[in-house]
Design a protein around this ligand. Structure first.
Ligand SMILES: O=P(O)(O)OC[C@H]1O[C@H](OP(=O)(O)OP(=O)(O)O)[C@H](O)[C@@H]1O
Ligand SMILES: NC(=O)CC[C@H](N)C(=O)O
Ligand SMILES: [Mg+2]
Length: 590
């Protein structure tokens, strides 16, 4: 799950769009911790970028780098990879110089990436520099835009290009893009799987409005934007410099099916997504879960429960409601270390395991001789639940029951939440008795899928009875068609053990100078290689220079002036030189 942001100021001379994007990045940090980036666009049609691996504060050196990013518009991205690797070179926003200069931030996952790659290679003849599906999407868009053959384009040309792009891409996406010197675009997949909301505020220059788009409304609220409007499934919006937004349905709205996992885990509780208040949905989840707990445990076991405890942080809202409905004391027994971040979205299993203990510390007096009902929002790999049950017992609890606000997660997530490959999911081949045994609990209680859907749908501003959600992870029925063989492909690219083995072998081969091209490519995702081809030891915080057999970054040196209309053309857009990009991109290089 990634976070995306876009800002455009009414005043084309404004140089502060990036500082708003930067502010918003911190509000969406929970959506991606692996990489962060901003690209700004100034009135001369130049882009300026700063991106790299790490959280926003590291990449932007607590804001010091934002001064390098002048412009009246900007894009931001927070990455939690679902495709490709965690390499620096896959940090977003992505950029292509042709046509017109385009930068793009993508939240989601394309499930027909190999087909798109082939099309770009064989038919469009566009070079793809990484394994990222987002780079593919940007290039598909760029190629369709190029089909206009015009030196100057208008919003309708963009919509037409998007229409063609939507016919090629399959999966979930919410994207924001910037055309150099021209304006901003936002668009969302035909099912509205991934979220995108637009807001506005009066411009500081006194005339017109500034606009922001973001994955979650909390970013808009905190930056002073109002008049929210969710971008509809299959809808695109174009905000040209100094103009009002123009909307177009670039693909028929197929079904309005937002991803239910946004409400379960991903989004902040103070966000409203597609008109559904996240905190309220979690309260509802707590109340309905309590009913299932009553039924499953029965009066005797229920009477034994002394306290209801949340597993911070996401489940707190629901746990309060479970306690209220069961008429049991709500007790916070775990203290969360606020300097350790979300463990589930950490990149490796070892880190996730370590993360749980470092993040949550039990206060023994809250547990001693108690029968405890633990409440979490979800059980994915079981890393948290297993460790927590153990900690609960170590802290002196007698019986430990474990309740999950989400139903068993039995299938892979394919639209932008890297839940795990199905073989890693604890519920994939286990029933609740086996799961309880596996995590060491006396019993495990899961929310029913219908109850979960009702908890969210009842808050929908559309017809609640007809509100549907993307729930493939719980039942294997996905909203888009999925090609035969996709899951095998997924298993292959995501299966952690396999990835690890291949990676280790490749690293070793590179270290010993016996790697073939494929191994060099593979190793370059985990082992940094400098511009001379020398291997830099991993985890030293140094930037990614890109794999050896690929062009590292774009070169060029056109002129910087925009024409009278301010619209981009091949001539008036300066493509950043590799030196410029080095300066901005390679934060930590000595
Ligand atoms: O079964 P698992 O694989 O452990 O994944 C599920 C857990 O991961 C998440 O917590 P996380 O620490 O990421 O975030 P939170 O602080 O928002 O709860 C989620 O809230 C569950 O607690
Ligand atoms: N979580 C996401 O939305 C990821 C976006 C994109 N698929 C990537 O891996 O960078
Ligand atoms: Mg959690």
């Amino acid at each position: 799950m990634c976070g995306i942001i876009a800002v455009i100021h009414a005043d084309p001379k404004s140089i502060h769009a990036a500082s708003e994007v930067h502010e918003a990045l911190y509000l969406l940090q929970h959506r991606g911790q692996d990489a962060a980036g901003i690209v700004s666009g100034d009135h001369r049609g130049r882009f300026h970028q700063c991106k790299g691996n790490g959280m926003a504060s590291r990449v932007f050196q607590d804001g010091a780098r934002v001064a390098d990013l002048p412009g009246f518009m900007g894009l931001g991205h927070l990455r939690y990879p679902t495709a490709g690797s965690s390499a620096n070179s896959e940090a977003q926003p992505f950029y292509v110089n042709s046509p017109y200069g385009i930068s793009m931030s993508h939240n989601g996952n394309l499930i027909n990436a190999p087909k798109l790659r082939e099309h770009l290679d064989k038919e469009a003849h566009r070079h793809i520099n990484t394994e990222s599906d987002s780079e593919l999407m940007l290039n598909i868009f760029a190629n369709e835009l190029n089909e206009t053959g015009k030196a100057r384009i208008n919003p309708n040309d963009c919509f037409a290009a998007l229409e063609r792009m939507y016919k090629r891409c399959v999966g979930g996406w919410a994207c924001v893009a910037m055309l150099a010197g021209f304006g901003l675009i936002g668009f969302r997949d035909p099912y509205g799987i991934r979220p995108l909301v637009l807001g506005s505020k009066p411009s500081e220059c006194g005339t017109g409005k500034d606009y922001m788009m973001a994955s979650e409304s909390v970013a808009l609220v905190q930056c002073g934007y109002r008049d929210f409007q969710d971008i509809l499934p299959g809808q695109a919006v174009f905000i040209e410099k100094g103009q009002e937004p123009v909307f177009a349905q670039v693909h028929p709205l197929l079904k309005y099916t937002p991803d239910i996992f946004e409400y379960v885990y991903f989004a902040r509780p103070d966000s409203v997504i597609d008109g559904i208040d996240v905190d309220e949905s979690r309260r509802n989840m707590g109340f309905t879960l309590a009913e299932t707990i009553k039924k499953q445990l029965g009066p005797e076991k229920l009477a034994e429960i002394d306290v209801v405890m949340p597993i911070p942080e996401t489940s707190i809202t629901s746990a309060i409601c479970v306690a209220e409905a069961l008429d049991k004391p709500y007790v916070q027994g775990f203290v969360k270390n606020r300097y350790i971040f979300r463990t589930f979205i950490m990149p490796s299993q070892k880190l996730r395991q370590k993360g749980v203990r470092a993040k949550l510390n039990p206060m023994p007096k809250k547990f001693r001789d108690k029968n405890v009902l633990l409440v979490d929002d979800s059980i994915v790999r079981g890393t948290t639940s297993r460790e927590i049950v153990l900690m609960t017992r170590e802290a002196g609890a007698k019986k430990v029951y474990f309740a999950s606000c989400a139903p068993p997660i039995t299938y892979a997530h394919i639209y932008g939440i890297d839940l795990a490959s199905s073989s890693e999911l604890i519920a994939h081949h286990r029933d609740s008795t086996a799961i309880a045994k596996h995590i060491g609990a006396d019993d495990v209680i899961y929310q029913n899928l219908d109850d979960l859907v009702r908890a969210c749908a009842s808050l929908s501003p559309r017809n609640p009875a007809e509100q549907k959600f993307e729930v493939g992870v719980f039942c294997g029925k996905y909203v888009t068609p999925v090609d035969d063989g996709y899951f095998e492909h997924l298993e292959q690219i995501r299966g952690e053990s396999k990835k690890k083995k291949v990676m280790e072998k490749a690293r070793e081969a590179v270290m010993h100078g016996v790697a073939d091209q494929k191994q060099i490519r593979m190793a370059a995702k985990g082992v940094e290689v400098d511009q001379h081809g020398n291997v830099i030891p991993a985890d030293n915080g140094s930037p990614d220079w890109g794999p050896l057999n690929r062009v590292s970054l774009a070169n060029g040196n056109g002129n910087a002036t925009a024409d009278a209309s301010g619209r981009p053309s091949m001539d008036d857009i300066r493509v950043s030189s590799s030196q410029d990009i080095s300066l901005h991109n390679l934060n930590d290089h000595p």
